[in-house]
Design a protein around this ligand. Structure first.
Ligand code: SF4
Length: 713
């Protein structure tokens, strides 16, 4: 019973939005979700944010795709106009599943056979389940024949993962969010947790109430700053300068944990030598933080019984994102703040399953569980496991695939066909005019999704998929918890589960797969993935998940409760030590100048999730935040003779948007913040596709723009 309403059934699942991974219960009446309750899950203890509680009715939206669609002959792919989801019939015609699957698989197979295995690529999704991610990457590796498979981790924490794998030997978090209650100090850097990980933010605020010191380090002062002991509003792009100054202070003032360094770290002398020139006094004019504050925070961090770092994409989405994360690893390591409760490294993962999709191998350089494709032993194991010879070269990443789609015909690695499952690169990629043009140029594009997204609008074939409440599967949250979501609804019309669609395409391009069992063999796929991931989730069987709903990994046996804190005795590196990697200042790829004097920072907001395809179709969320806004400091707004609510035009060298201005004094002078969820003012039209060389992540957090008064909305 919900209020006075009696529901037909209650179904336990996981929130489909962010990486916090709140456990929920869907209340279903007359085949509609009528409300959502928070469950007592380990990450949320019944708490939910506005998205989790109210963002569910997108599943019942009348724009859901319910039939397979094939582009009508002669209808060009228009990469300049907005998609018209309700006018899809002007562009596409309905088809049966047989026809659509035969057609699309035939096209992909034809391109592979004519142009070679490098001519195809696939984007999977961090919004899908682990089983879907595993099967999708297996399809690309064994069916398409290359490692050209990636997903939006490339756009979020790829650089953090690159630094973590290099430094500590594992790309996942060392400690779970709830561990903040055991910390004396938590450093929140490059993250706006109240908006992006709202329930995680509540644990931080609770800890602060009990005396934990929060330090917010960010060019934007966001809500969590109200709870902070110190705020370090450093100048955009100067992370390395500020963090090296903190490490300098720790070493210079004799606060380094030399026992830890001697027994558990390598390369300390090189790090020490590198930070010698980064005194807080020398860095103050560069990063804009008083030297005294840098020293004070560094001392508090080093002296704390437990100090923990939680970071977001403000750290990772730079051309020096890997260097930023290297500095965080070094700071924790030289102070011995890792491998114990209330300490450690926590890159707050964005999407609900970005951790799991990466673990499952949905990345171009690694098989499941981060086994490198160019490692002969790892490749041999998977060739034996999958019964097929595999490509020995890492594939292209998200942005590289877009470049390769526009390569000349003579390029043997030109991408000609793509399969995109549940991602929306026509909104999420940097430099959208280029990305949309690349998608429109493909000889064949098949998109599997629940709505006619901006990417689907450019497809040759659109396959109607299932929303999260319509299927059973597992997802892995930011805390390394594998969690089970259960099917609450039947997909609308002829929409099908993603797992079924992947297998039907696989069969048609010649793969002999047989996953028997309910719901397209989801339990059998999970079991195969568990074997492919070796020891990591050995103890997390499907049956155990059905009983317990959530289990933390590493988990080595069925009686193992899982390890919430890792690196307690050794790091999973070759020598068991954390590798300290020195980093120097590398400026942003595109700096402001006289022509483009402002810095554009992009990101998310509380009510809308990523490219908005779900949340902008959720009634409550859309009612709260119905339109795009550009946040600017009050002083900048006044200096331009504007008032909050006025229309401005923001232009970069690549594109422009007209948008209402919003006053936000937490946005630094000389910068403008725009969320990337809105097609009508797509922030990524302006962003720069320059990449971090290690993580291959684009610089979403920094490019040069100019701002004009007025504009055509
Ligand atoms: Fe969902 Fe994240 Fe909100 Fe939890 S915090 S309810 S997982 S969006």
């Amino acid at each position: 019973r919900i209020g006075t309403q009696v529901v037909d059934r209650k179904v336990d699942s996981v929130c489909p939005f962010c990486g916090v991974g709140c456990l929920i219960t869907y209340n279903v009446k007359d085949e509609q979700i009528v409300s959502v309750d928070g469950r007592d899950g380990p990450a949320n203890h019944s708490r939910l944010c506005v998205k989790g509680r109210f963002g569910y009715d997108y599943v019942h939206h009348d724009q859901r795709l319910t039939k397979p669609l094939i582009r009508k002959p002669g209808i060009a792919k228009n990469d300049e106009e907005a998609p018209q989801p309700s006018h899809w019939s002007e562009v596409f015609r309905e088809a049966t599943w047989e026809e659509a699957l035969d057609f699309t698989a035939g096209k992909l197979k034809g391109l592979r056979d004519q142009h070679g295995r490098k001519s195809l690529a696939g984007f999977g999704s961090a919004k899908g389940s682990n089983e879907e991610a595993y099967l999708f990457q297996k399809l690309v590796r064994t069916g398409f024949g290359s490692n050209n498979v990636d997903h939006c981790t490339r756009l979020c924490h790829a650089s953090s993962v690159a630094a973590l794998l290099e430094g500590v030997g594992s790309g996942a978090v060392s400690n779970q969010v709830n561990d903040v209650e055991h910390a004396d100090l938590i450093l929140v850097i490059g993250s706006n947790p109240t908006a992006n990980h709202p329930v995680a933010a509540t644990w931080m605020k609770n800890a602060a109430k009990k005396g934990t010191k929060i330090v917010l380090a960010d060019p934007r002062v966001t809500d969590i700053g109200k709870h902070a002991w110190r705020i370090m509003q450093f100048k955009p792009d100067t992370d390395v300068a500020m963090l090296n100054a903190m490490i300098h202070t720790v070493i210079e003032e004799g606060l380094a944990d030399l026992d830890f360094i001697r027994s558990r770290a390598s390369n300390f002398e090189a790090l020490k030598e590198n930070v010698r020139g980064y005194s807080p006094e020398a860095m103050e004019p560069i990063c804009g933080i008083p030297a005294q504050t840098i020293r004070e925070v560094a001392r508090a961090f080093a002296k704390a019984k437990g100090a923990m770092i939680l970071w977001g994409m403000g750290v990772s989405q730079h051309v020096h994102g890997t260097d930023n994360a290297r500095c965080l690893i070094a700071l924790c390591s030289v102070t011995g703040q890792i491998g114990k409760p209330g300490s450690g490294l926590h890159p707050l993962r964005g999407q609900n399953n970005v951790q799991g999709a990466s673990d499952a191998g949905l990345i171009p350089m690694m098989y499941p569980n981060y086994q490198r494709v160019d490692n002969e032993q790892a490749r041999g194991w998977f060739e034996n496991f999958w019964g097929m010879q595999l490509d020995d070269q890492p594939g292209y990443t998200v942005v590289e695939i877009m470049h390769k789609a526009l390569a000349p015909d003579s390029d043997p690695h030109k991408i000609r066909g793509m399969y995109i499952m549940g991602e929306n690169p026509a909104m999420s990629d940097p430099d959208l005019n280029h990305a949309r043009h690349a998608l429109a140029s493909l000889e064949h594009l098949v998109v599997q999704d629940i709505f006619m997204t901006e990417t689907a609008w450019l497809a040759d074939v659109v396959l109607p998929a299932s929303a999260w409440p319509e299927k059973t599967g597992t997802v892995s949250n930011t805390d390394r918890m594998v969690q089970l979501g259960r099917r609450a609804l039947t997909p609308p019309g002829d929409a099908k589960p993603d797992l079924w669609i992947i297998q039907e395409i696989a069969r048609r391009i010649g793969l002999d797969w047989n996953y028997a069992g309910e719901e397209s063999g989801v339990a059998a796929v999970y079991d195969e993935m568990r074997q492919a991931m070796h020891a990591a989730i050995e103890g997390i069987t499907w049956e155990r998940l059905e009983r317990e709903s959530s289990v933390t990994y590493p988990c080595l046996s069925e009686s193992d409760p899982g390890q919430p804190t890792v690196f307690v005795e050794r790091f999973p590196t070759a020598d068991g030590r954390v590798k300290l990697v020195p980093a120097d200042i590398i400026p942003a790829n595109e700096r402001p100048d006289a022509e483009f004097p402002y810095v554009l920072i992009t990101g998310r907001q509380l009510e809308h999730w990523h490219t908005g395809s779900m949340t902008r179709r959720a009634t409550v969320l859309d009612a709260i935040e119905p339109m795009a806004t550009a946040s600017m400091n009050g002083a900048d707004i006044a200096a331009m003779g504007l008032a909050a609510g006025d229309v401005i035009t923001v232009q970069s060298r690549r594109g422009e948007v007209a948008i209402h201005v919003r006053r936000d004094d937490g946005t630094p002078n000389g910068a403008v913040f725009i969320p990337f969820a809105y097609y009508e003012a797509a922030a990524n039209l302006m962003t720069n596709a320059a990449l971090d060389p290690f993580g291959k992540i684009p610089e979403f957090k920094y490019c040069a723009v100019r701002i004009k008064r007025g504009g055509k909305l």
